[in-house]
Ligand binder design. Structure first.
Ligand SMILES: Nc1ncnc2c1ncn2[C@@H]1O[C@H](COP(=O)(O)OP(=O)(O)OP(=O)(O)O)[C@@H](O)[C@H]1O
Ligand SMILES: [Mg+2]
Length: 181
């Protein structure tokens, strides 16, 4: 049987409300148009299913990232492109995911805290500031920004479509995707 294209994982990390889900959805559309099987592994969605038993303490967040990495590994080794949209605040969890998955592209959705807090898609920053919830990443829980991500997107200056386009262009430059003609 002829072999299809190799899969790889796009791992989008960033603060809550940075734009990971929004950009991830655009990436799925663009990659599907190119004939690839792309699947969005969204942290929130997976927390409603596979990780429904987990909270937001450090051990839970690491376990959550580990489960997502496992699913991403299965997809990537079967020619698909899992697009992970997960805060994944710890460098150590992301390093473990990288080691497990192998073909791993870390994308830092770089949106400063003050912009994320203004966006506050789910109202969580407001609730954290009001003391109604705890362990909110960026407020009373750490976010360890990537030190050497393969790709950084400035999700303030770039629209979601532009961010997705810049990610695809970077993948073409590194040869993970063939150039679009
Ligand atoms: N340039 C931009 N890039 C991405 N998102 C933007 C941009 N400008 C505004 N937004 C808006 O910011 C919000 C980003 O929310 P999104 O749910 O994608 O964040 P997230 O990183 O997935 O957060 P969470 O970790 O809480 O799931 C969306 O409402 C999106 O429309
Ligand atoms: Mg999201």
């Amino acid at each position: 049987m002829p072999r299809g294209p190799e899969g790889f994982c796009l791992w989008l990390t960033g603060l809550p409300s940075a734009g990971k889900t929004t950009i991830g959805k655009v990436l799925v559309e663009r990659l599907t148009e190119r004939g690839r099987f792309a699947e969005l592994l969204d942290g929130d969605e997976i927390r409603r299913g596979l990780s429904a038993d987990l909270g937001f303490d450090r051990a839970s967040r690491e376990a959550h990232a580990g489960r997502v990495a496992f699913v991403a590994k299965l997809l990537a080794r079967n020619g698909a492109i899992p697009i992970v949209a997960l805060i994944s605040p710890y460098r150590s969890s992301r390093a473990r995911a990288r080691a497990e998955i192998g073909r791993f592209v870390e994308v830092y959705v770089d949106t400063p805290l003050e912009v994320c807090e203004r966006r506050d898609v789910k109202g969580l920053y407001r609730r954290a500031r009001a003391g109604e919830i705890r362990e909110m990443t960026g407020i009373d829980d750490p976010y360890e920004a990537p030190e050497h991500p393969e790709i950084v997107v400035d999700a303030v200056r770039l629209s979601p479509a532009e961010s997705a386009a810049s990610i695809l262009a970077a993948l073409e430059r590194t040869g993970l995707l063939p150039g679009a003609h």
